[in-house]
Ligand binder design. Structure first.
Ligand SMILES: [Zn+2]
Ligand SMILES: [Zn+2]
Length: 210
């Protein structure tokens, strides 16, 4: 049990500390409201999650707060932590210049939605499209022959769900992959728990030259 100084009238109230990872300690005060500890400070669960997401984008707390204030003015009402992170991710997307970086940001955006139990399939597909565009650009530069190369599906093998496993090693032409979008697998059930519309497919493409 921890004794933590805390704002909002919880000062010196006994709270229960449950370490869930090296970076995070979740506590629950007696009223049932969850608070989280980051770098020795207390945050609401929403704030803590938002700051964890910001850290992945090298955005610090003051930049997050500044962005939240700006968005609140724009909305004419307090912007949520989630909306602020979403705006920051969209801004990050505008800043990057390579297809690979865009792929990574779309991937993170999809994961963000997925965590919130919202449908993330379109953003997962967008991440794949960025990779396909990257290969297309390399082909236009004469670095890759898309007529000959095949896209091989790489799965998590035994750890995959049945639908993903069925695709393991399957080869697609570039055009097939682009039009049918077999990856990510829309029917994937990995990590699909109650309340989630979809699982989190971990399949990806590798280039096959034989
Ligand atoms: Zn799956
Ligand atoms: Zn999959």
């Amino acid at each position: 049990m921890l004794l933590l100084p805390c704002a909002d009238g919880f000062r010196n109230r006994r709270v229960f500390g449950i370490p869930t990872s090296s970076r995070m300690v979740r506590t629950r005060v007696s009223c049932g409201r969850a608070i989280c500890v980051r770098k020795g400070r207390l945050y609401t669960e929403d704030e803590a999650r938002a700051l964890d997401w910001c850290a992945r984008f090298q955005i610090d707390e003051s930049a997050f707060r500044h962005s939240r204030e700006k968005l609140s003015v724009e909305f004419g009402q307090p912007a949520s932590c989630s909306d602020t992170v979403w705006r920051l991710m969209n801004e990050a997307l505008q800043r990057v210049s390579s297809w690979h970086e865009r792929k990574m940001i779309y991937f993170q955006m999809a994961r963000f939605l997925w965590e919130e139990k919202r449908d993330s399939l379109e953003l997962r597909r967008e991440a794949v499209r960025m990779e396909l565009t990257d290969w297309k650009e390399k082909a236009d530069m004469g670095l890759l022959d898309l007529k000959r190369v095949r896209l091989r599906v790489i799965t998590a093998r035994e750890a995959s769900c049945a639908d993903c496993r069925a695709l393991d090693g399957r080869l697609f032409t570039f055009d097939e992959a682009r039009s049918a979008m077999p990856v990510p697998v829309a029917s994937c059930t990995n990590e699909k728990v109650e309340g989630r519309t979809r699982g989190w497919c971990r399949c990806e493409y590798g280039l096959s030259f034989d």
